[in-house]
Design a protein around this ligand. Structure first.
Ligand SMILES: [Mg+2]
Length: 154
């Protein structure tokens, strides 16, 4: 174990799904893969809930008005949100988190803190735990990716 990690008072993971709504839409409809998409209502008065990574280089992002986002990224597909499906995937990832730690603090549908203090014996050093978490989420969801940061504090 690296010295810096062995002196951590606690082991805290911050886990956050990548472009959650957009990634689910691409997972469920392969014709959207690799393309810029904006999840939100097609009305110009709506807002972008999530932009896929392919749309982000055009400068669009969450909470931007749909009208502005469409001007900046005219080729983007507009996809209506399916909250039931996002809830379902959220349950899958929260179940994975709870396999790693009994102390999961969900922040939103796709994001949580996990207190992994004391889990090294079982799961390995922090870097290894982070990798295992990413793999487990990918497996449980059929291919979605999550970013994981590990630290000694929140
Ligand atoms: Mg996220």
């Amino acid at each position: 174990m690296a010295p810096a990690e062995s002196v951590w008072p606690r082991i805290i993971a911050h886990a956050d799904m990548d472009a959650f709504y957009a990634a689910i839409e691409q997972l469920d409809d392969p014709s959207l893969c690799g393309k810029p998409i904006l999840v939100g209502l097609p009305s110009d008065r709506g807002v972008v809930l999530t932009a896929s990574y392919e749309a982000r280089p055009f400068g669009v992002g969450s909470a931007m008005s749909m009208a502005k986002a469409r001007r900046m990224c005219p080729d983007a597909a507009i996809v209506r949100p399916r909250f039931d499906r996002y809830q379902e995937v959220s349950k899958m990832i929260m179940r994975v988190f709870s396999d790693f730690s009994p102390h999961v603090e969900a922040i939103s549908l796709d994001e949580a803190f996990l207190d992994l203090t004391g889990c090294e014996q079982l799961l390995g050093e922090p870097r290894t735990i982070g990798k295992k978490l990413k793999e487990s989420v990918r497996e449980a969801t059929g291919g979605l990716t999550i970013s994981v940061g590990m630290s000694g504090t929140k």
